[in-house]
Write a protein that binds this ligand. Sequence first.
Ligand SMILES: Nc1ncnc2c1ncn2[C@@H]1O[C@H](COP(=O)(O)OP(=O)(O)OP(=O)(O)O)[C@@H](O)[C@H]1O
Ligand SMILES: [Mg+2]
Ligand SMILES: [Zn+2]
Length: 349
Amino acid sequence: MYYLTYRPKTIEEIDNVAPREIIKKILEGKSLPHAFLFVGQKGTGKTSTARIFAKSVNCLSNSFSKSHHTQKSVEPCNSCAHCKSIDKSSFPDVVEMDAASNRGINEIKSLIKESSFLPIAGSYRIFIIDEAHMITSDGFNALLKTLEEPSPTVIFILATTNMEKVPKTVLSRCIPVVFGKAKKDELVHMLQRICREEKLNISKEILEIIAQHSEGSFRDAAKLLEELVILNRLKEDEIKSYLGIRSKENLLGILHAKPISEALVWIDEFIHTGGSTKNLIEELLSQLHLMLLEKHKVGVKMPFSFSLQEIMLLMKVLSEAYNSLRHSPLESIPLEMAVVEFYSKRSEK
Ligand SMILES: Nc1ncnc2c1ncn2[C@@H]1O[C@H](COP(=O)(O)OP(=O)(O)OP(=O)(O)O)[C@@H](O)[C@H]1O
Ligand SMILES: [Mg+2]
Ligand SMILES: [Zn+2]
């Protein structure tokens, strides 16, 4: 899997600029903070960066190593025994915990106890707490004192997709590192790195289309690229049709002016040529969104438009179809039902 193979292993490889620069500054600084909060949506590198950080401060051949006084770089070497063992998740001083399943007071108490021990193998014990916002309020309260005065060889890295759910008292004791959402350029940069390694010759325009459909997630972008490579759909119009961006005739155009039979045939063809209904519905909803804005005199001119009632009806049936996609035995069914509902309700009026 590309997204695992190309998980960043060095600070330099972290493709989002802001967190990369902050982490670098912190590691190059005189004294290390002892509690961090990594905030950002899924697939933006929180876990990857936490592991790079853990390797950096425990590496045996960089500036953190006691026997390498001449080494200036804070980058983990990725080849010493400590780096390798952290990569394999077998290093005793790096503890990864998922707060979604260990959220109660007892789990936190045992974590606090563990954090009072000296490192076994490395220089620092690193506790990476994923989904930190899931910790119960009792749990957070118990953790407060430890976050404020952890033992000098302990570093806590709390990661969350949901900062609003982390109590202010906890926030104020952590150094925030904001991962946010990946930007288009950053996604393209990562995709280019994968293409270089995989010897794929894909134009920047195509990588930009992939980036646009990845919802700001490096993981999604890497997965989408891999999907397209596996399906061998790498020409621009193949990708567009796969993503539901039909260049020739658009499904909304058919819904607007043609009979239902044509809409159903279109969908059938779309699916049989490898189109993804999930992507298609996303694309349709974003076009409807633009039409809605246009109705209220904001934004661009659309080539044609529905009435306001039709837009609302389409948005409703398509959102429902989107939500039931996962449970549908056949990918086409929710969309077909939405189309049938649209035609019948529209003619009622
Ligand atoms: N900053 C980045 N630069 C390059 N690739 C990245 C970056 N962040 C993430 N990726 C890619 O996305 C994948 C997922 O990253 P990671 O697990 O670090 O994200 P996360 O923020 O912890 O996500 P989640 O909230 O879902 O746990 C990685 O395996 C890697 O392929
Ligand atoms: Mg993670
Ligand atoms: Zn190393």
